[in-house]
Write a protein that binds this ligand. Sequence first.
Ligand SMILES: [Zn+2]
Length: 183
Amino acid sequence: MTKRVILEYPDSRLRTLANKVNVVDDDIRILINDMFETMYDAPGIGLAATQINVHKRILVADTSVDKSDPRCFINPEIISREGEVDSEEGCLSVPGFYVSVSRSEKIIVSALDQEGNSFDYSLDGLLSICVQHEIDHLDGKLFVDYLSPLKRERLRKKILKNKKHKKDCCDSDDCSNPRVSVL
Ligand SMILES: [Zn+2]
């Protein structure tokens, strides 16, 4: 398994629309293993292939506390939705920022598993929110898109400033500039 690099906002490659997977073969299974390793290492509870610059419709998730519930969805499609729920979301591609997003409370997802078999899954709670967040990634959408344009622009500037600061001085191990931890 190989850990992959996670793209970070505002990288324009995060806006790419992912393509459907036609055949679930060993290459796809290797990719999925890499995605799990990358997600667990980050650490995160979900990862879309888009985030590692692979534009195929695949997402992985594990919302358990002890990494005991790995789930993989290939070509996921939400076929029904119920209710509405607001929650604070974070994103591995927008590290350090949390945004309140309104999502469907319960969903039914149709997808392929790692053997290429199709299945329907009823999801609720954190896993439902996570899968909706990751499907957004596959569509080139980010959770910051749910902010007003003004708030989004402010966030973008903050992130760019933070990145510049990191580049200028935080390549050294002992940077203690408090601006980093604030952002
Ligand atoms: Zn994300």
